[in-house]
Ligand binder design. Structure first.
Ligand SMILES: Nc1nc2c(ncn2[C@@H]2O[C@H](COP(=O)(O)OP(=O)(O)OP(=O)(O)O)[C@@H](O)[C@H]2O)c(=O)[nH]1
Ligand SMILES: [Mg+2]
Length: 458
């Protein structure tokens, strides 16, 4: 275990609540608490036993501050893997502050944000992807995001990454050993074998990269943009989804000028939904800016909800919008089904190539079907976390992209008949990039693997 100084912080929210927790971690955590804690009999415990709860009082000198429970955890069996003490005090802001000040006065220093988790990582109790999952668990805004981070915290991502690294490392070690000892280890036909080994690895990497987009959606919500020509009923739909009269609705075409963004939840899914100006050719300067913004927002969206006014014939504007959404995730809403129809769902489906859901924003019909379609589109009905591992983190995604790039380079080297030491350079790169995800140093395990497995009798 590394030698560390002793840190402390309030671990619970700084607001009035039943209980507040002040946490201390480090080599002197036990010394610090023994200086300020007395049991009911007025004495500090003679020694602290791990995983015990002590009842008593916190003192600053002779001043009694609060009645508390003190939890004692001896390293490495604690969150940080260091000696850790948690003081359960009354959850008033002033009291928590006062106790923290006392802890600092008697030998600890204030922890930096995330420092407890950082120590858990530095002490090898969790890896980097798990450390990142801790913050995701805390920040999770919906049940899917939460499930995904809990699974990452439990090491699901790390396990996949370790498995892939293990396979790559085996190949690196094999090449190195063969080059070292050509009399005993032959590289004949090795390129082809390696190609087969790398194929599933590249596929898995690509899948994880794709999952990063799903992961982001889970964490941040689906970026959804409502598009359509003026008067189609976009703002009306927005209001129905929000359950309040948020956007201005009139029968004047061109009512919405600027984009309007709101957050909604439907059956556990988060949507960041944007109402936009109706798309049409216009001379009006302000409206034109609105139309440009609509197009720009749509370009960045995860999902486009294209609203069609079913009570009037499709026109040039509709055709233009269909062009815009051609290669995008898009659901077409045939709106105003309460009126006489000029457009049928069938012809709209044919023209757009998208799923069409008939709705009436006015009568609030078809909204459940819309929600179902969104779920189908993003979560294939139900999310299942038992076998899927999601990446939710930009840093991890970048490392995976580098990994995939390197694996492709190896494949290219094989294709163009390069010598084997070329493979190892890119394999090594892939191995290191994967290592970044779990924050693992490279040298030690490489050394062990090479000398432990292959170098026979040397
Ligand atoms: N009958 C009927 N009228 C609707 C329906 N949805 C919207 N409208 C009406 O259509 C008109 C335009 O609605 P908005 O929601 O402002 O349309 P918009 O697409 O936001 O229009 P812009 O902001 O101008 O682009 C209003 O008079 C609405 O009351 C519907 O389902 N049925
Ligand atoms: Mg509008």
């Amino acid at each position: 275990m590394r030698k560390t100084d002793t840190i402390a912080a309030v671990a619970t929210a700084m607001s009035s609540s039943g209980i507040g927790i002040v946490r201390i971690s480090g080599d002197e955590a036990f010394d610090v608490i023994l200086r300020i804690f007395r049991r009911k009999n007025g004495k500090a415990p003679a020694e602290l036993k791990s995983h015990r709860v002590y009842y008593g009082y916190i003192y600053d000198g002779e001043e009694r501050l609060d009645e508390v429970l003190v939890l004692v955890m001896k390293g490495p069996h604690s969150y940080t893997a260091e000696d850790t003490v948690e003081i359960d005090c009354h959850g008033g802001v002033l009291m928590m502050k006062r106790i923290l000040e006392t802890v600092l006065k008697y030998g600890a220093r204030p922890a930096e944000p995330g420092e407890f988790t950082k120590r858990a990582f530095l002490n090898g109790r969790i890896d980097l992807s798990q450390a990142e999952a801790v913050i995701d668990v805390i920040n999770a805004k919906n049940q899917y995001a939460l499930k995904s981070s809990v699974s990452q915290l439990s090491g699901a991502v790390s396990e996949r990454i370790r498995d892939m690294r293990g396979k790559i490392l085996y190949e690196i070690a094999f090449i190195e050993s063969a080059l070292d000892d050509p009399e005993h280890i032959s590289l004949d036909g090795y390129g082809e074998r390696l190609r087969e080994t790398l194929k599933p690895l590249a596929e898995e990497t690509a899948r994880l990269i794709r999952s990063a987009d799903d992961g982001r959606i889970m964490v941040e919500g689906i970026k959804t943009v409502i598009l359509g020509k003026p008067n189609a009923g976009k703002s009306s739909l927005m209001n129905v989804l929000l359950g309040e009269e948020r956007a201005i609705v009139t029968d004047i075409a061109g009512t919405t000028r600027d984009i309007l963004e709101e957050h909604i939840r439907m059956q556990g899914i988060s949507l960041n939904i944007v109402d936009t100006a109706g798309i049409r050719e216009t001379e009006d300067v302000v409206e034109k800016i609105g139309v440009d913004r609509a197009k720009q927002t749509a370009a960045e969206a995860d999902l486009i909800i294209y609203v069609v006014d079913g009570s009037c014939p499709l026109d040039e504007n509709d055709r233009r919008i269909m062009e815009m959404v051609r290669d995008r995730k898009c659901i077409v809403l045939l709106n105003k089904t309460d009126l006489e129809q000029e457009v049928t769902a069938e012809e709209l489906e044919q023209l757009s190539g998208k799923r069409v859901v008939p709705v009436s924003a006015k009568e609030r019909t078809g909204i459940e079907e819309l929600e179902q379609e969104i779920k189908e589109l993003f979560y294939h009905g139900e999310l299942n976390f038992n076998d899927e591992v999601y990446i939710t983190n930009v840093r991890q995604k970048a490392a995976l992209e580098e990994t995939l790039e390197s694996l492709k380079m190896v494949q290219q080297s094989i294709d163009s008949g390069m010598p084997e030491d070329f493979y190892s350079i890119d394999l090594m790169n892939a191995y290191e990039q994967l290592g970044l995800i779990i924050g693992e140093a490279v040298e030690d395990d490489l050394v062990n693997e090479i000398f432990g497995k292959f170098c026979m009798g040397k």
